[in-house]
Design a protein around this ligand. Structure first.
Ligand code: GDP
Ligand code: MG
Length: 372
């Protein structure tokens, strides 16, 4: 558990990109970004309007509250934080589930089947995505909406594509806050989908209770995920596409993973990571995924691991925001910008040690701050 926490914290340290909005906070000198602005300008809603809309489950206001959160404009930032503060006491009630896997593994098809199963049980389901590579024209989920046709029109479900543009830190901040909005609106299950690119898996792991890795049988080396280190983040491994001529291969893969899992440190204390098979296409095995998640929630709530993880996630999240902001400020500093190219060159030419270069930069930054 501890090594896992440090693991993902250090992963956050290396988030790429240091320009404005790196951590999802608005830069002081940044002008309005167009994203989401027209929606908000329709009619200015007060914080009370948002609050009442969210709590009453009004989908239009819910959508506008998310747009407010996703806005990069500093004028919207203050109100989005006010809205969040006002709903905070109503959050925490959902089961937060992260879903990852390579493109084509069947995540979207699974979410369609799984989400439909949950809504059939009367549960409200929100689907979010973390995809920092998504552009203005389409997030990962939006492009996949054809795979979620039933869920997309289901009144108990709400699908929100990944916030477009920006760095992983920015996208993650918006997704976390959107998740809270859904909880206040009474959603029982929040699904956060991510493609396995860069640090996005560790980032999603850091915001969910349960993490599901979707794999396909016969994709070459059966234990591929273990090498990549993603298996260690997972609470369950789902071998998908267990249908037709794939059934035997899927069962074999499941057995191999189950054996291998005994040698790995579980992602959650007190929960042995499980391996399951399912067919997102036929729906076979999908209800069992939910049954297992319920067992997970039951036993980790009882042991206290559930709430402990959430507390640590909150604490680490504050750290991550602060660190992102400090990094941004550091690299935006004029003196740092003046010194950096020369020091980079000297380090790359082997003229000075890296530690010395870092010391020079930190002292220059500290001196600059002292003089201000
Ligand atoms: N046979 C079979 N095909 C599936 C299953 N789940 C997904 N697929 C197919 O695999 C492809 C990729 O699915 P998709 O849900 O878009 O994968 P994603 O990229 O992980 O979201 C599509 O052609 C799906 O129809 C399954 O359980 N069985
Ligand atoms: Mg997909």
């Amino acid at each position: 558990m501890d090594s896992f926490q440090t693991g993902y914290q250090s992963a956050l340290h290396v988030m790429p990109g240091v320009e404005g909005g790196h951590d999802g906070l608005p830069s002081q000198n940044k002008a309005t970004s167009g994203h989401g602005t027209p929606d908000i300008q329709r009619r200015q809603l007060t914080t009370k309007d948002y609050l009442e809309g969210i709590l009453s489950g009004d989908r239009t206001r819910l959508a506008r509250a998310i747009t407010l959160i996703e806005s990069n404009a500093s004028s919207h930032f203050a109100q989005s934080q006010e809205v969040l503060k006002s709903i905070l006491s109503k959050t925490g009630g959902s089961v937060r589930i992260g879903i990852t896997g390579v493109p084509g593994a069947g995540k979207s098809t699974f979410i369609e089947a799984f989400g439909s199963h949950l809504t059939a049980l009367g549960k409200k389901v929100a689907v979010l995505a973390v995809d920092p590579s998504s552009t203005v024209t389409g997030g990962s989920i939006l492009g996949d909406k054809t795979r979620m046709e039933r869920l997309a029109t289901n009144p108990l479900a709400f699908i929100r594509p990944s916030p477009s543009g920006g760095t992983l830190g920015g996208v993650a901040r918006k997704t976390r806050e959107t998740l809270l909005i859904f909880e206040a609106a009474g959603y029982d299950v929040v699904l956060v989908e991510t493609v396995g690119v860069g640090q996005s898996e560790t980032t999603v792991r850091s915001m969910v209770d349960f993490f599901l890795l979707v794999l396909v049988p016969g994709a070459g080396d059966e234990l591929q995920g273990i090498k990549k280190g993603v298996v260690e983040l997972a609470d369950a491994i789902l071998i998908n596409k267990a249908d037709g001529s794939n059934i035997i291969a899927a069962q074999t893969a499941r057995a191999e993973y189950e054996r291998a899992l005994h040698y790995l440190q579980p992602a959650t204390e007190g929960w042995q990571t499980i391996a399951l098979t399912a067919s997102a296409m036929t729906g076979e095995g999908v209800p069992e995924v939910w049954d297992n998640i319920q067992s997970f929630v039951g036993s980790t709530r009882t042991s206290g691991a559930f709430s402990r993880r959430r507390q640590i996630q909150e604490r680490d999240w504050v750290r991550a925001i602060v660190e992102g902001h400090l990094r941004e400020q550091f690299y935006a500093d004029e003196e740092i910008q003046r010194l950096l190219p020369g020091l980079d060159r000297e380090v790359m030419n082997g003229e000075i040690p890296a530690t010395t270069a870092a010391q020079v930069l930190l002292e220059a930054y500290g001196a600059g701050r002292g003089a201000r």
